[in-house]
Design a protein. Sequence first.
Length: 348
Amino acid sequence: MTLLRRLIAGLRRRLRRLVVRRVLGSAFATVSGTEPVRDHVQAFVTIYGVEPTAEQFETLVDTVGSADPADPVGAWRRIVAAFDHHHAPTPFTIRLRPTDIAEVGVDGATLVIDTADISVSQPIADGTYEPHLVAFVRSFLQPGMTFVDVGANIGLYSILAAGLVGPSGRVVSIEPNSENCRLLLTSAARNHYDQIELHPVACGPARGHAVIRTALGSNGGFIAGADDAVLDPTAMVVAVAQLDELISGPVDLIKVDVEGAEALVFDGAGRILSDLRPTVISEFSPEMLHRVSGVDALDYLQGWIDRRYIIHHCRRRTQELVPVPDPEAFLASYGSDLRIEDLVMRPQ
């Protein structure tokens, strides 16, 4: 069966390449049965200012080709959401409509997702989004606890946590992308989760502002390293607050997933980490930490040891927590700096 699947996949790739050559090589001339595809290619040219590469054309066919021809706005929205804006920036954005959402179940609750979002919503719907972290959050949170969700995105962990901590608990959701906030607030309202408190800001070492961009679908992050970042066509200027300013009272668990700005977030959370001693989940990417936070991966890990935290690697496949007693040895065997993993820090 494996060999048959490979043969079928190879035939599909060859067919796509033939279509690409016919459509792109003929300046979008009429090809029998390809009118919707041709329309998507023309929309791509308008949105991104260039003709799609062969790989981008395949994405158009795979992720946009099923769009309703009678809904051109929806098709354009899928095109905007389908390509990483780090590599294909565009000034176009199309806001979420009621017809663009769907619902999925999360432990008996309802999570509203964006049907055009292939980075987060689609994996959630497929049941493949971060099962290792979902399992840890389920095992950790109890009724009455407080959970802080920094980089809440569309709200998976906020909705999951709200059900686990119950009405006597508290969920603080922090998310600077307004479109993601709209989905999170809709989910909270449909579940009658009054325990969710939303802050539509970014977190950093000091109060001020930051420039962020959308990346792929609902994902995004800080634009770093450019003085003219504010003129990037995907740029959004957002308010920044310290986590210490936003949070009062006890905190049991913090999850931070902010595409390399994790060190900046924790620079503004000194009081919480020293006085409240919560358990912390942090996304970890040496490349993104250096590019966005300006922090070396070893220094980031050593910082947690200096705070008297025990670092654990939350393994994706086995969902087990493996202690990281020696950061240098951990990084020596880490592989590519582009690799993204998740760490759990527990207070000593």
